[in-house]
Design a protein. Sequence first.
Length: 156
Amino acid sequence: MPGRPTLVLAVLLLAIGGGAIHPFGTFKQDTGAPLLSGAAIDAANLGRIQRSCASCHSDRVQWPWYGYVAPTSWLVEKDVHQARGQLNLSHWPAYKAQERVTLLSAIGAVMRTNAMPPKRFTALHRDAALSDGERVALYEWTKKERRRLRALSPEN
């Protein structure tokens, strides 16, 4: 049976070596793309989105130290992969107008229901938590932006 130092060394090597394995692809690069490019959003709400949403829903993720150590890195990458699959704020211009309206409805819904950001995220990143007033401001912005997009859409 291996001794304690051998076991500790094995766990350490697994954690470091496992950090090189990315089951969801390598996507830790920041493209530098601005968030919500083309949207009519005020600076305060954009700041809220950058602080509370961008770490999962954009290419501008601020990877925590544990995002580089397996197996926690795999869990973080899985969460970011899934979040970007639902909404990537760095790719806002690539969404069609109707897709943007749908995404804005979803953003508004999660603001009203307090579903985002997830509690397990804000437990580790307290600065990402949104106050009730910030949630209301983001919800109101989503309504305003949906109206603006519908007015611009040739489909109406």
